[in-house]
Design a protein around this ligand. Sequence first.
Ligand SMILES: C[S@@+](CC[C@H](N)C(=O)[O-])C[C@H]1O[C@@H](n2cnc3c(N)ncnc32)[C@H](O)[C@@H]1O
Length: 313
Amino acid sequence: MEEGHQPVLAEEVLTVLAPASGSLQIDATVGGGGHTERILEATNPDGRLLGLDADGAAIARVARRLGRFGDRVALRQANFRDLETVAPAAGFPAVDGLLFDLGLSSFQLADAERGFSFRTEGRLDMRFDPSRGVPAADLLATLDTADLTALFRRYGEEPFAPRIARAIVAARGVAPIETADQLAALIERVAPAPPRGRRRVHPATRVFQALRIAVNAELEALEAGLAAAVYLLRPGGRLVVLSYHSLEDRIVKRFIAAERKGCICPPELPVCVCGRNPRLRPIGKPITPAPAEVTSNPRSRSARLRAAERLAA
Ligand SMILES: C[S@@+](CC[C@H](N)C(=O)[O-])C[C@H]1O[C@@H](n2cnc3c(N)ncnc32)[C@H](O)[C@@H]1O
């Protein structure tokens, strides 16, 4: 087992990405570097890889881990929403494979200072790149009840969103909510426990997911990253995406379906006038981890892999 973060569906990622010697690859979310390392090994002796992460700490850690690959690997602290400009600037204008392993890493979850986990006393920050944007604690301090409710519904699909939002606004009138465990305790007080027999998830799980998605504008970044992937992939190149909740997976599924269809003309038009050709071919069905992987790596539980091949259009 690798220290800190086990790469999810590692074998399956390699099978569908099919990275060959001499190819150019992008890992848009290096995290702990687990997938990155495997892709570099599979592209021995002369494949090259560009690795991105919004989190500077991840880039520094992976630079140490992958030092032995020398100039076969280039690492950049960048958001993958900017891939279309970052990749050509780094010498990767067209590539054979592109991987997105979405969400957060075990390193981030375990870092009490970042506030990602409701089991820590860390300040509620939740930014992948702490030098940009607004920490989660600021959203909790400033949004009104209606906006908090909308945020928890939209990004967390939280059934008790209004109740939790009202409790936050009432509580912050007494003292600011600044740490992860404070917020988790408040939600535990106001949100009913899950019905008996259902898998036990902490009642704060959906609210924490919603705040993280909002703070990092994750869904907008995913849309932009996927569009950039189609632009950067060579014909025959492979796109592989690992998502961890239905909001992400829906975006990936719809994106691949739209690029498979190509034409965006309204259905009532008798002939195509947009002239857009299909640009992606889905590869196989979505893949989920086998029970043995879920047992050894519970973080993989909700993973879903989708893959597609770039067509020549
Ligand atoms: C699930 S982890 C990746 C784990 C990695 N595949 C491994 O094997 O160790 C996701 C990583 O993506 C990064 N990330 C999330 N959204 C990002 C974005 N929009 N741009 C760049 N990096 C992002 C996070 O900072 C985190 O380090």
